[in-house]
Design a protein around this ligand. Structure first.
Ligand code: HEC
Length: 144
């Protein structure tokens, strides 16, 4: 029991989310329509990651490339441009958070290219870099 607890604490201490509780994360304020647009965008990101895994499992990585470019890549930037200002999350993000988002999209486009090229080591590295930005942003910022 104590051994199990020790192992659990060791894993926790080495996890990138250590200390990322409510108090440590920077709260970002934005109007409800912008928050809801951001959350919808996030759900598409999660779906895109799932499509990557599904395409890899099916042995057809290139199938996921267009969806990944659209929702994780640079193709996802500016997608709220046609909405009224209060529904555009981008304008409410602190600079560092915006930069992290931009990096995430750059990594997403690299992932899309790697999928298209069906290059497994490149896909793995790009997936690592994309998910690193998910983790970095989520452990630093929150809306609620
Ligand atoms: C630049 C910052 C940033 C990046 C990068 C980012 N997220 Fe988010 N994400 C957020 C914020 C902020 C929230 C809202 C958290 C809250 O409700 O307090 C969120 C929420 C979510 C949610 C919950 C949506 C809901 O319905 O409440 C999911 C799922 C999610 N993100 C997935 C991802 C995935 C997958 C990635 C990477 C591919 C990612 N996010 C990258 C900032 C980011």
């Amino acid at each position: 029991m104590i051994r199990r607890l020790a192992i659990f604490l060791l894993i926790l201490a080495n996890s990138p989310l250590t200390g990322a509780d409510e108090a440590d994360r920077h709260k970002v304020d934005m109007p409800a329509p912008a928050a809801s647009a951001l959350r919808e965008e996030m759900l598409m990101k999660l779906q895109a990651l799932h499509q990557v895994e599904a395409a890899l499992a099916a042995g057809k990585p290139a199938d996921a490339a267009p969806f990944v470019e659209r929702h994780l890549g640079m193709g996802a930037m500016g997608q709220h441009a046609a909405l009224p200002p209060e529904a555009r999350p981008g304008r409410y993000l602190p600079d560092a958070m915006f930069a992290l988002g931009r990096q995430s999209h750059r990594n997403g486009s690299e992932l899309a290219e790697a999928l298209k090229a069906d290059d497994r080591p490149r896909i793995d590295a790009a997936l690592r870099d994309v998910t690193a930005t998910c983790v970095a942003c989520h452990s630093t910022y929150r809306l609620h």
